[in-house]
Ligand binder design. Structure first.
Ligand code: AHM
Ligand code: MG
Length: 343
């Protein structure tokens, strides 16, 4: 078979296909099969290129470090957090397909004024931003939903507070040794590596699958004494099995490694903070859509993440995600804990 012949099926598309061409070929797979969703994805890719350019200059220009402000969660905003928030929001506003955006960096829903837009986006413009100053991988996470309110009207809270199983597209951009965009529209997961000299994302990881088993666990073990007994027992189990501990403190980077190699990422609740740190709408749901499409699983310890009905924009949940057998295993420990404690 001619490896350059991609005419038979979209799935035969070869490594080296540009994101633009890939999106065009796969348009029919998008829920509702509209060109609007393709355009939205292109808008995100454009903003990603701009953010990538800015990030790669951190250290040279005065763009690293604190912005001197806090987000609604009381977290210190970095200059690049704010820059990324502006870039993605502007791209989504200008694109015209999105009527509302929620962002980790904004208290309320951003009404884009595009009342004809059929979609809403939830995003963490720059995740792991405490790692900017030390030149460690960071990421962007995004999630797209179809609005539920009538087209032609302003965005509503119901448009954005949809459970994860209603996502139509989710993805992330990893600004790492190379920059990658990984996304799913519900037909598998594909990864694109950025080629800076061409200014293009190029298909490098077609049909990504997470190994069913893994031997890497990622969590902030400094908090182990505050984790619940089930999590602590699971961590002991990992050690008995000689699993490797790998935790960089950038969720996208930790998740991406586990997606490729197999493993589990956990940000459980603690005694003081039972819902943990990570946000359902723009951190947990998008990665959950991706992991399930890649054959893995995610849970809050009690139920599938994408079945949780969100109640507020910046809602936090305990988050466990990764290789299916590993997530099942920790869930067993958590179920035993529930029985013992009689919850
Ligand atoms: P952020 O969105 O403010 O960057 O916080 C999310 C990040 C995740 O990327 C990472 O997994 C986690 O915070 C690390 O937190 P901790 O330092 O508590 O381990
Ligand atoms: Mg974040």
């Amino acid at each position: 078979m001619n490896p350059l012949d991609t005419s038979k099926s979209p799935f035969t598309m070869t490594i080296g296909t540009t994101l633009d061409r890939f999106i065009h070929r796969h348009e029919q797979e998008f829920a509702y099969a509209t060109g609007e969703l393709s355009q939205l994805l292109r808008d995100i890719a454009l903003a990603a290129k701009i953010v990538n350019r800015e990030i790669s200059r951190a250290g040279l220009l005065d763009i690293a470090g604190s912005n001197g402000t806090q987000n609604i969660q009381g977290e210190e905003q970095q200059k690049l957090d704010v820059m990324a928030d502006i870039r993605f929001t502007r791209a989504l506003k200008n694109g015209g397909e999105v009527c509302g955006v929620i962002s980790e960096e904004q208290d309320d829903i951003i009404d884009t004024g595009n009342y004809q837009g059929k979609y809403v986006v939830a995003m963490d413009p720059l995740d792991g931003s405490s790692n900017i100053d030390v030149n460690i991988s960071i990421g962007t996470v995004f999630s797209v939903y179809r609005r539920v309110s009538e087209v032609g009207t302003p965005v509503t809270l119901e448009d954005v507070l949809q459970p994860g199983h209603r996502q139509v597209i989710a993805g992330y951009i990893l600004y790492g040794t190379s920059t990658m965009l990984v996304y799913t529209s519900g037909n598998g997961v594909n990864g694109f590596t950025y080629e800076p000299s061409l200014g293009e994302f190029i298909l490098s990881h077609p049909r990504m699958q997470i190994p069913t088993k893994g031997s890497v666990y990622s969590c902030n073990e400094g908090q182990v004494n505050a984790y619940s007994p089930g999590i602590r027992e699971y961590l002991n189990y990992c050690k008995e099995k000689n699993y490797k501990a790998r935790y960089i403190g950038s969720m996208v980077a930790d998740f991406h490694r586990n997606l490729l190699k197999g493993g589990i990422f956990m940000y459980p609740g603690t005694t003081d903070v039972p819902n943990g740190k990570l946000r359902l709408m723009y951190e947990c749901n998008p990665l959950s859509f991706i992991v399930e499409q890649a054959g893995g699983k995610s849970t809050n310890g009690l139920k599938r993440v994408m079945d949780i009905q969100p109640e507020k924009l910046h809602q936090k949940i305990p988050f466990i995600i990764g290789s299916a057998e590993m997530v099942d295993k920790v869930s067993e420990f958590l179920a035993e804990e529930t029985v013992k404690i009689g919850k």
